[in-house]
Structures are given as C-alpha cells and as structure tokens.
Write a new protein. Structure first.
Length: 63
C-alpha cells in the first residue's frame, strides 16, 4: 500500500486503538489507510497502559 509517514500511521493507529478500546465507532479511514493501520497493529504490540496508573499498593507505601 502507499507509504504513510510514521507519524501519520502512529496517529491513525492511536485513534483506531482508542476507538477499539472504548467500543466506539471506528474512525472513517480510507480503505488503504485502514489496511495500513491493521498491518501496523499486527506488527506492533499495543503497549500496556497499566504502568501509567499508580496501583493502590504503590500509593500506600509512601505514607
């Protein structure tokens, strides 16, 4: 498929993942971009978001 920049592909994949996680309608991407996004997602694992949020045990330990 046509070449997209890493930035474009990253932003498109981010929007797709967000919609996917929140069970929203998927973004209205063109078929070539959607194919590129799905190809990118297949090659790139979605990072886990758990470490971004403090766990209760982490918070309790500081007081």
């Amino acid at each position: 498929h046509q070449q997209y920049t890493d930035y474009e592909l990253g932003m498109a994949t981010y929007q797709y993942n967000m919609a996917y996680r929140m069970d929203l309608e998927l973004p209205p991407f063109s078929p070539p971009l959607m194919a590129a996004v799905q190809d990118y997602r297949a090659r790139t694992p979605i990072p886990s978001y758990c470490p971004l949020y403090p766990q209760p045990a982490d918070i309790e330990g500081h007081f």
